[in-house]
Ligand binder design. Structure first.
Ligand SMILES: [Zn+2]
Length: 160
């Protein structure tokens, strides 16, 4: 599951093979434009990062808005755009919160991160810190930092 990374050059070849009526120049330009859109930090209207390979040809939209599927299943995505940020949907921006109400933490774009935004690693379930409200913020930061990592490593783990 997930996206399958591919280089721009390789993908252009594949795209031309399945769309023989298109010219290499226009395929390259469409992909580069979509990649620039992604890199600039702009998103799909729904709050997700765009799917560069699909969005290049149907407007800058995310995988779900283009395909109607929840998750990619070995669909190609450019290597440079393989990392997708959390959707901004339903999340508060730091600028929209009164300064005296700001608590918790925020991602690099300034959107609030809550425990609902990532899965709890299985290590946490058997950790003494899991049920300690004083540890929650720290735990969530550790989880958030590693949400895309294949292995979860926590130096604060305490055996139950
Ligand atoms: Zn979308």
């Amino acid at each position: 599951m997930g996206f399958k990374p591919i280089s721009l050059e390789k993908y252009i070849k594949i795209h031309l093979k399945s769309n023989p009526s298109m010219k290499e120049k226009e395929v390259r330009k469409a992909l580069k434009d979509a990649l620039a859109f992604y890199k600039s930090g702009k998103r799909c209207n729904c709050g997700n990062d765009i799917w560069v390979i699909g969005g290049a040809f149907v407007g800058n939209k995310c995988f779900t808005c283009i395909t109607g599927e929840g998750y990619p299943d070995n669909d190609y995505e450019l290597k440079e755009a393989i990392t997708k940020r959390l959707s901004t949907q339903g999340r508060r921006h730091i600028d929209d919160i009164p300064p005296n109400k700001i608590a918790g933490f925020f991602d690099d774009d300034g959107y609030e991160v809550t425990a609902n935004d990532f899965e709890k690693p299985s290590l946490c379930v058997i950790c003494a810190n899991n049920n300690d409200p004083k540890q929650e913020l720290l735990c969530n930061m550790t989880r958030f930092d590693q949400k895309d990592a294949t292995e979860f490593i926590c130096h604060a783990y305490k055996k139950l």
